[in-house]
Write a protein that binds this ligand. Structure first.
Ligand SMILES: *Cc1c(COP(=O)(O)O)cnc(C)c1O
Length: 456
């Protein structure tokens, strides 16, 4: 047994040369996207070509190519912050008194502070390669907008970000970074789009949602010349780019003869979870290994654990293609006191399918106060201030490690630490001052939105 260091910092040559596409190894593929005009499956990249760059549309629809080359220009940028460290949480293990071995892959070591940069740089690259000069997107808490503004600055692309109004007001610092990198930020819903005006008419006081912001960003992209829309999660292409997380983690563990028994990720739209588990899921799909996969969600937005597996719109204004996914309904908006991201109404179709078919073993949800308790334990032991989103995975890992303590089992746990929490200090403040509350939607509320699913 080799001695595992606290931080496994791989050198540049370990940056993967290819992403891994888990769909290639799924015997049953995720259901196809549906064209919202015809409700027919989308089969050709050209059908998505008005919204997305063509190469990204190809990746979106490619269910068969297992490994896809990462262009050198993208690897060059990855070199600025990758390979991301894999950390053995010796200090947390000691603090918990657990025999379990805990590892986490830390994606917060870049200015955007999260894993989102992995896909942002890829999407900006393909846009540039196609001669696209403008991009639009949405952002919730702001991590995706920040990451994309960095990527657009690097490739010289003009960026407009529709930022969920509640976050725009609560998290001005994110906007400051986006603007520093040259992005334009518009609070959503706004009166700059038709769909925004319609939503404002129906819900004048709304603090907005990701679903609204997506509708606005898509509308602006299709109505602007040489402009495309990009999305930071949920899509197959994003999971593909994020596979770099799992590929690096697997390589780093293999160097020390380690393999995780349990793999845990937080789940908003499913991209970091999908990226982290993909290479390990490959082993499971091929019958070679059998790790236990856990997705962790907020109790206030429990799409996997309490949503329905059905076709739904990806946005509130119903301008996007439909995806078959676990969904709470496209009009669902988590309660205003929910602080910690992961607030999208749906879930990646790949993750949804893997969960539905039993390959993703478990989805569980936690209340935000218990998530922040876990964040505090982790911060004290490991010296990293985690993002609230990431802290859902931390809570999952701590609970599993405590089960190991009870059962005196030395399991190996791997979880994704997706980012840092420097821009979530308001949430930390409300937790520290004891004013943070929990609100779990009751069945009635979920049913209200769940019954509005489109009839396919
Ligand atoms: C966006 C984000 C998430 C959730 O998004 P996924 O697509 O589910 O990965 C989690 N953690 C951080 C830090 C994020 O910025």
């Amino acid at each position: 047994m080799k001695n595992v260091p606290y931080r496994i910092n791989l050198s540049e040559e370990y940056i993967p040369k290819q992403w891994y596409n888990v769909r290639a190894d799924m015997k049953e593929k995720p259901e196809p996207l549906l064209n919202p005009a015809t409700m027919k499956p989308i089969t050709k990249p050209e059908e998505l070509g008005g919204i997305f760059c063509l190469e990204l549309a190809r990746q979106e629809l490619d269910d068969t190519t297992a490994f896809i080359d990462i262009p050198e220009e993208i690897r060059d940028y990855y070199r600025t912050c990758r390979p991301a460290p894999l950390i053995r949480a010796y200090n947390l293990e000691r603090a918990l008194g657990t025999p379990a071995k805990i590892y986490y892959k830390f994606e917060g070591n870049n200015t955007s502070g999260s894993h989102k940069l992995n896909s942002a740089i890829a999407q900006a690259y393909y846009a540039k390669a196609q001669g696209i000069t403008k991009l639009t997107t949405e952002t919730g808490a702001g991590q995706w907008g920040t990451a994309l503004s960095m990527a657009c600055a690097y490739f010289g692309i003009d960026l407009t970000v529709f930022m969920v109004k509640g976050s725009y007001q609560q998290k001005p610092f994110r906007r400051n970074i986006i603007e520093t990198f040259g992005g334009r930020v518009i609070p959503s819903p706004s009166d700059t789009t038709q769909v925004g005006r319609k939503i404002l008419e129906e819900m004048p006081d709304t603090s907005g949602s990701l679903g609204c912001a997506i509708s606005e960003a898509v509308e602006k992209a299709v109505n602007t010349e040489n402009c495309r829309y990009v999305l930071g999660s949920v899509l197959n292409q994003v999971l593909l780019h994020q596979s770099i997380i799992g590929l690096e983690a697997k390589t780093a563990m293999e160097l020390y003869d380690e393999y995780p028994d349990i793999i845990i990720g937080c789940a908003g739209g499913g991209s970091n979870l999908g990226g982290l588990i993909s290479p390990f899921m490959r082993d499971k799909l091929r019958g070679e290994k059998n790790p236990y996969f856990i997705a962790v969600e907020p109790a206030s937005c429990p799409s996997l654990s309490r949503g329905s597996y059905a076709y739904d719109f990806c946005d509130t204004g119903h301008v996007t293609p439909l995806a078959k996914m676990y969904t709470l309904g496209s009009k669902f908006i988590p309660s205003a006191n929910h602080a910690g991201g992961l607030r999208y109404h749906g879930m990646s179709p790949v993750i949804s399918k893997l969960y539905h078919d039993g390959y993703l073993d478990e989805a569980r949800s936690y209340k935000q106060t218990e998530v922040f308790e876990a964040a505090e334990i982790f911060a004290k032991a490991e010296g990293i201030l985690p993002a609230p989103e990431s802290s859902h995975a931390i809570k999952g890992a701590i609970d599993e490690a405590l089960k190991c303590k009870e059962a005196r089992e030395e399991k190996t746990i791997l979880f994704g630490l997706t980012g840092t929490g420097y821009f979530d200090l308001k949430a930390y403040d409300s937790f520290n001052s004891g004013t943070m509350t929990d609100r779990i939607p009751d069945d009635c509320e979920l049913e209200k939105y769940g019954t509005e699913l489109p009839k396919i």
